[in-house]
Design a protein around this ligand. Sequence first.
Ligand code: GH3
Ligand code: MG
Ligand code: MG
Ligand code: MG
Length: 309
Amino acid sequence: MIETLFKGLSTQTAKPRLLIVDDQPINIHVINEIFKQDMDVLMATNGPSAIELCKSQTPDLVLLDVMMPGMTGYDVCRALKAEASTQDIPVIFLTSLAEERDEIFGFQLGAVDFINKPISPIVVKSRVDTQLRLKLQSDQLRSIGLTDGMTGIANRRRFDETLDQQWRACERDRAALSLIILDVDFFKDYNDHCGHLMGDQCLKAIAQALAVTVRRPTDLLARFGGEEFACILPRTDGAGALNRAQQLLKVVCDLKIEHLTSRVSPVVTISAGAATLTPDRFKTVFELISLADKALYRAKEGGRNQVQV
Ligand code: GH3
Ligand code: MG
Ligand code: MG
Ligand code: MG
């Protein structure tokens, strides 16, 4: 369950994934011997395939040779740091270049360490372990910073970041982007009648049920505000969003959480507003949020426990 709630963020249980880049297969072999027991090792013998592996496999650390034909290790590092999806992967240069200015240049490009060949296996292992520990800590901090503490789903910050990213991606691909905003019906009355602790339990149960339903890897469910949730659906048209919103209403209803003071149903229900836009430079994400918000308002006005678009 936690896996699904944290989808998109790196998991901490698997072996660390290390990418070794060197144009000499014998060098790769020597380093692989040090790490193959404890790590999931990936290998590349040139810059372009190293970059490709970073994008597709997101290693936790890259050990990068500098002198390679065509694209140098410096070029690779520069490319990784320029791209959002790879810029947080730590890079350690491993090179026979031993001049002070080479080392300084490596750090200026964003490397976290610089090791000279010939290597001492135990020193390489210690330095890699240190950087992996730091990487794990920063992944954990990032994950905490993007997660809602009470429900375990994405928080508002992650929602905002993701909506911006998906807006740009859909604009580039001329694809539709849908947004659903959901709000618990008569939740103030639920709190008043059952108490805030039960109210919290209710919100957790709703978040879990919604999270199980939002399954596509590019979709994101987030806690939007107090008792409001939002669901980002990239590459989804209006009909798809309506369909998904109706599903979300149903799974909450099916929880059958007793709500004796609701004026719409004997169990807890939610209302939803759905909106769809194909992003372009004349529109903004705020328009999409505002459209979904207005639709939610109509769902409330129309009697609650319903979807409006
Ligand atoms: P409506 O159907 O119009 O949405 O009515 P409502 O009562 O749900 O709306 P209102 O905005 O008046 O009340 C929202 C309530 O949600 C009030 C607030 O105390 C409660 N709430 C917000 N966040 C939390 C939370 O984290 N835990 C609990 N227990 N209650 C929360
Ligand atoms: Mg080389
Ligand atoms: Mg509300
Ligand atoms: Mg409400």
